[in-house]
Design a protein. Structure first.
Length: 254
């Protein structure tokens, strides 16, 4: 087995730490969190700062992620075929539905959001590109688990903590939800992840008819659902969107 490079592992640990929790951290906080001496930690931070991956606030001396990471992240997203093919269709879906639209893929036992279209109104919203959503409670995650064997095996290792009173945590109930998803071609999350929020998602397939991601709509329960049931026009809009994206990826008609 190839040996890992310790300095790179440590640098990665620093970047992950700065990416989560508080936006800015001091040297002592970082060295304590990753279990390294201050001198060693300072050397790592200085190198990352020289490369543009970390920035230091002059007034407080605290560190935060640098702009170079954003450039690299955007470069990855720009060449990501799934995202490129989905841009127009997800924009149209957000416009027609009046809700936020997400494009997600499987990543490290979760759903990585690779594209996010804001709800087309004047409300304050936060861009969630790069965010990780739960695999077991979200509509996006349930779609991936239902259609992708890798996602299904990954979710089996996840501790399904109840995020709301509606979260499905039991193994049998979860498998039944996946079976229903496969039968109807879409999944729903009605207050299973966030109270007051509902979502609907369907899978995107590539030219080999393999699931490569999922597109979903998310919004307030009272807009997405009617009398506790997802509005059929929203389901139809999501399914039309994923069919279009899949066709652009070469999946053909289905």
């Amino acid at each position: 087995m190839a040996r890992t490079i310790q300095s790179l592992e440590r640098a990665a640990a620093v970047l992950r730490l700065l990416a989560g929790g508080e936006r800015r951290l001091g040297l002592s906080d970082i060295s304590s969190a990753i279990g390294l001496a201050k001198g060693t930690t300072h050397g790592i931070l200085r190198t990352l700062q020289q490369e543009g991956f970390v920035e230091q606030e002059p007034a407080s001396g605290r560190y935060q992620l640098g702009a170079e990471l954003l450039r690299l992240g955007n470069s990855y997203l720009d060449v990501h075929e799934l995202r490129a093919r989905a841009l127009v269709w997800t924009d149209d879906l957000a416009r027609s539905s009046g809700e936020s639209v997400y494009l997600g893929v499987l990543h490290q036992q979760g759903v990585l959001i690779v594209h996010h279209v804001f709800r087309p109104d004047d409300s304050r919203q936060v861009l969630e590109v790069g965010a990780m959503h739960p695999l077991y409670s979200t509509a996006l995650g349930k779609v991936l688990c239902a259609y992708d064997p890798v996602a299904h095996s990954e979710v089996a290792e996840v501790v399904r903590e109840p995020l709301t009173p509606h979260t499905v945590t039991g193994a049998d109930a979860f498998e039944a939800a996946l079976e229903l998803t496969r039968a109807r071609g879409w999944a729903a999350d009605v207050e299973e992840t966030w109270e007051g929020v509902a979502s609907v998602a369907a899978p995107v397939h590539d030219r080999r008819r393999m699931p490569v991601g999922a597109v979903g709509i998310t919004g307030a329960v009272e807009r997405v659902c009617q009398e506790g049931v997802v509005r059929p026009e929203i389901v139809a809009a999501v399914r039309d969107c994923v069919r279009a994206v899949s066709r652009d990826l070469g999946a053909g008609r289905f």
